[in-house]
Design a protein. Structure first.
Lengths: 206, 206
């Protein structure tokens, strides 16, 4: 598979990867398309179709081998290895992000955490020392980071995004509700639970 | 429009609603399909097609009226009004959720927050008093809550989900990586930033 995946397939494979990563962590050795389907909120036929496209057939009654399917999907998504990210904001959300294993489990390492609050700079959060947000651009260049995460108050979001962009960041995960302006070669992914709730609520109400 | 929307349309309309809600908050009165497109990471033709389906045409050079489009999409998604949710977990993530305005801005009110830690019960977080997680089922019934949010450690997630289900919750937003088992009439939405990062990284790398 060298051709580019469609948005939908890439999104579903990312979901399967998340489920397989967690299954492995919970000690499961095999998983059925039915189980993947339930955890992914994707219908089982779609799951089997997605996986069979890549020549991977689960054994009837046994299911897919978790490790092997996981490696195969990582290969398709080119997302094996460790990817560094820079986190801006060491408040409640930032601290939750640093201390969660979710990123690490999926190969994302937090290379640096920044805050503007002089009282916080130099403090420890998880295994990291909070750095001065004034140095974001410089440090991102040094670290070669292309992924940034914004966990700052909404009014600081554009400023923080500008610093990340100046440091060479190409993908920014925006946990604030602020609508950000960035150059064309930078992608913003807004993480807004309210949006997902509206979506879920629609299907519940209709 | 009384027929049910497809998954894709409902997802995009939820995204547009998030963008319009924030545009209004930032004081914008009109917005172009190009701007919606950029904030939503959806191509402009798709945005115009989605919106024209519902008989709403933006004026060339002026764009869409934010308030009117927002009301119209709320009508289509049946998501106007206020929806109560129960939050389990008052740690860093739970506190970030309670103190953020993101939910409130979109019509989601946090009706109750629960924790298992005796030291936290009775403490104030935002405007709420942390309640004993032992009472989740009882309190959710009293409050008539159908939306639950899990912001607990992974090892408590299944227990907390069981309590929410016992209390009548039908949609659970799971911020933990734990794969949850729930009855068929309950939907789990897993909020996992790593999954979104894998997806974004694929498009960046290819």
């Amino acid at each position: 598979m060298s051709e580019k995946l469609t948005l939908g397939v890439a999104a579903r494979l990312s979901t399967y990867l998340r489920i397989l990563t967690q299954s492995r962590k919970q000690g499961l050795q095999s998983i059925s398309s039915q189980e993947i389907s339930e955890y992914a909120n994707v219908n089982p036929t779609q799951v089997r179709r997605d996986l069979s496209t890549f020549g991977k057939f689960g054994k009837r009654g046994v299911g897919y081998n978790v490790d092997s399917l996981l490696n195969q999907i990582q290969g398709i998504l080119h997302t094996g290895g460790v990817h560094s990210l820079a986190l801006v904001g060491a408040g409640n959300l930032g601290t939750a992000i640093v201390t969660s294993s979710i990123f690490k489990d999926h190969g994302f390492g937090i290379a640096a955490v920044f805050d503007r609050d002089p009282a916080r700079i130099g403090e420890k959060v998880g295994d990291l020392i909070i750095e001065d947000a004034a140095n974001i651009a410089l440090r991102c260049k040094e670290l070669g980071v292309v992924l940034g995460v914004l966990a700052v108050p909404p009014e600081s979001a554009q400023w923080a995004a500008d610093q990340l962009v100046a440091g060479g960041t190409k993908i920014i995960f925006n946990y604030t509700e602020t609508l950000l302006s960035v150059p064309e070669d930078v992608t913003i992914h807004t993480i807004n639970p309210a949006e997902e709730m509206l979506y879920a609520l629609y299907f519940y109400l209709t």
